[in-house]
Write a protein that binds this ligand. Structure first.
Ligand code: C2E
Ligand code: MG
Ligand code: MG
Ligand code: MG
Length: 278
């Protein structure tokens, strides 16, 4: 009935916002159909341990091949319309099943990383579903990293905090994604039982050429170390950046320097090539 209210007030919208509402409605319908038609896919981006220079984890990233749309363009609409719930359930169960398949084939990944929306956290039953899913596929909860975008730091509802604590009690690991782009209250970080900070890729860009950027990055690393939080560097594109991060004591890195996100079959080949190179 939210849609109906939307329609009734359309008359009062400017043409521009009417057009945008229409686009959103169209996108919502397309996404609903795509979900039913199994039109979405998950790709997996390798995450490297900088010490051993080995791929030890995979981040699941949503793809919609029949459109040219990037997740940043349609996930916000899924969040606005509530579609994020069935979509998020599909994402989590698909990723966990994929992990189990790799595990059965003898390809051990220490971590599986899945992005979740803060709205999923707020949905009653989400945590119980996650627990039964990981049990069903024998994925030890300590191997599942749930990535939550830093913007939740703006929504410190007691509910979110208690859900995060419940996830932690269930043994899952938590990462703050896109760290540094939102409103980073250090005080907030102190309250959250966080395992990883994924420093936003915009901070990596300048670490080699720009003294200010490298100073900022170092400050984040120092703070994380003092708080016993590990850093995952996002957006690593060059060998110089990789080496610089390693020298700073950063634990994990991902980015185009290694590879972009790969469809499951290609990810498997990537892992095979790594074990052969050993
Ligand atoms: P994110 O979780 O921070 O994911 C990292 C994004 O950076 C991905 O974009 C990835 O393809 C891209 N990337 C990785 N390495 C590099 C690099 O070296 N250079 C550059 N320039 N980019 C790099 P993608 O896949 O378009 O996803 C964008 C965002 O959409 C994600 O940011 C995440 O917030 C959201 N997202 C993606 N998949 C899901 C999902 O399954 N569920 C939810 N809730 N959100 C998702
Ligand atoms: Mg992420
Ligand atoms: Mg990110
Ligand atoms: Mg993000």
């Amino acid at each position: 009935h939210a849609r109906q209210t939307g329609r009734n007030t359309l008359d009062y919208f400017s043409e521009e916002s009417a057009r945008r509402a229409q686009e959103k409605w169209h996108l919502e319908r397309q996404m609903t159909e795509a979900l039913a038609a199994h039109d979405f896919q998950l790709h997996y981006q390798p995450i490297f341990d900088l010490d051993s220079n080995r791929c030890i984890a995979a981040e699941a990233l949503l793809r919609w091949p029949s459109t040219q749309l990037a997740p940043d363009q349609f996930i916000p609409v899924a969040e606005e319309t509530g579609l994020i719930h069935p979509m998020g359930n599909w994402i989590l169960s698909t990723a966990v099943r994929q992990w189990a398949q790799w595990h059965d084939e003898g390809r051990e990944l220490t971590y599986l990383s899945v992005n979740i929306s803060v709205l999923q956290l707020q949905q009653p039953g989400f945590i119980d579903q996650a627990i039964s899913l990981t049990k069903q596929y024998h994925l030890p909860p300590g191997r599942l990293v749930l990535e939550i975008t830093e913007s939740i730091l703006l929504q410190t509802s007691p509910n979110v905090l208690s859900q995060i604590n419940r996830l932690r009690q269930a043994g899952y690991r938590l990462a703050i994604d896109d760290f540094g782009t939102g409103f980073s209250s250090l005080n907030y970080l102190k309250q959250l039982p966080i395992d990883y900070l994924k420093v936003d890729r915009s901070f990596v860009e300048g670490i080699i050429e720009n003294n200010q950027d490298s100073a900022i990055y170092r400050a984040i690393v120092d703070m994380a170390m003092a708080m016993d939080i590990e850093i995952v560097a996002e957006g690593v594109e060059t060998p110089q950046q990789m080496l610089w991060l390693k020298q700073q004591g950063v634990t994990f890195a991902q980015g185009y320097f290694y590879t972009q996100a790969l469809p499951p079959e290609k990810f498997t080949l990537y892992l095979n090539a790594q074990s052969e190179a050993r």
